[in-house]
Design a protein around this ligand. Sequence first.
Ligand code: PNS
Length: 160
Amino acid sequence: MLKAVYPGSFDPLTNGHVYIAKRAADIFGKCVIAVLDNSEKKSMFSKAERVDMIRSVFKNDKNISVAAYDGLLVDFMKKEKSRVIVRGLRALSDFEYEFQIAQLNRQLAPEVETFFIATEPRFSFLASHAVKDVFKWGGNISDMVPQEILERMIKLQNKD
Ligand code: PNS
């Protein structure tokens, strides 16, 4: 049994992310969802909030765990003793960005391999930034995120 690490900023987790995490856990045996910072993005939810939200989604999935990490993904891989990074691909437009990250991580840690899982067509348009935008302006995101995420997003919004 292998342990795959599925890294991302997950701000917030979408149904597309759920699909990739479940496929990774099914194929590799175990999946650790790693919540990391993307220096290109300003997050809406704190890392602790994101971890808490994601844990609530996978509370019944014994082979999926969630962790937060401050630092490089390759250092998290060492900490977890995993050599398998999983990332989802929605369309060809994702490829350039993903390929760059994969090559960078390969240079930093040649023993680690990045595996790509193609998403289902129904998730190909889904992106966290779009979910946040629709939510912010009062649009319906119930088909885009798990129920647990929607509930927590509403709760956190009402807190402000
Ligand atoms: O969901 P995202 O925002 O596309 O995920 C990108 C992420 C968080 C996986 C990437 O930015 C990352 O690995 N950040 C941690 C710092 C790091 O290792 N940077 C070098 C590789 S880009």
